[in-house]
Design a protein around this ligand. Structure first.
Ligand code: MN3
Length: 199
């Protein structure tokens, strides 16, 4: 399958003031588009053309770094747009996720602190994740375009901590961006949908 840029599931200004229209215009229209364009160039002749995006990500990992980087980022961003919504975030987790957060992660407050720490602690570009591994929720971090799929886990929430995701709105204040992501932007309904699909 060839890669295609999905539309944002909301208006460019829907997440302001936490994520500006200017950030989303650059991030979606330029950065994500570049992963799609470059990914399609690299997919041609790779032997993985007929595979699903998830398969391309897993099968190119460690074998075809240029394709993996672009396919991984395409996968990550498709979900990243859907992991955010207007008036999202906060403690309003759907019941199944709330109880799982309590049992596996030590409760919401610890989840929030540990997720932010993962994002802040990712040196350079990368992602902070909430993933399902062996039936349990786990907080992870990965560099560059990597994601939990290549570490035997299924991502259900991810936050892009590349500077292009926050520098316009927060400059170098990555912790403030991660706090705003958790408190004001997470689309918990989509996290639940991915959790249910992973379970
Ligand atoms: Mn990005």
């Amino acid at each position: 399958m060839s890669f295609e840029l999905p539309d944002l599931p909301y208006a460019y200004d829907a997440l302001a003031p936490y994520m500006s229209a200017e950030t989303l215009e650059f991030h979606h229209d330029k950065h994500h588009q570049a992963y799609v364009t470059k990914g399609n160039e690299l997919l041609a002749g790779s032997g993985l053309e007929g595979k699903s995006l998830e398969e391309i990500v897993k099968e190119s990992y460690g074998k075809n770094a240029p394709l993996f980087n672009n396919a991984g980022q395409h996968y990550n961003h498709i979900h990243f747009w859907k992991w955010m919504k207007k008036d999202g975030g906060g403690t309003s987790l759907p019941g199944a996720l709330a109880s799982k957060t309590d049992s596996d992660l030590g409760g919401y407050d610890k989840f929030r602190a540990d997720f932010i720490a993962a994002g802040v602690g990712q040196f350079g570009s990368g992602w902070a994740w909430l993933a399902v591994k062996d039936g349990k929720l786990e907080i992870m971090k990965t560099p560059n375009g990597e994601n939990p799929l290549v570490h035997g886990a299924t991502p259900i929430l991810g936050c892009d901590v590349w500077e292009h995701s926050y520098y316009i709105d927060y400059r170098n204040a990555r912790p403030k961006y991660l706090e705003a992501f958790i408190d004001n932007m997470i689309n918990w309904d989509y996290v639940l949908e991915m959790y249910e699909a992973a379970s």
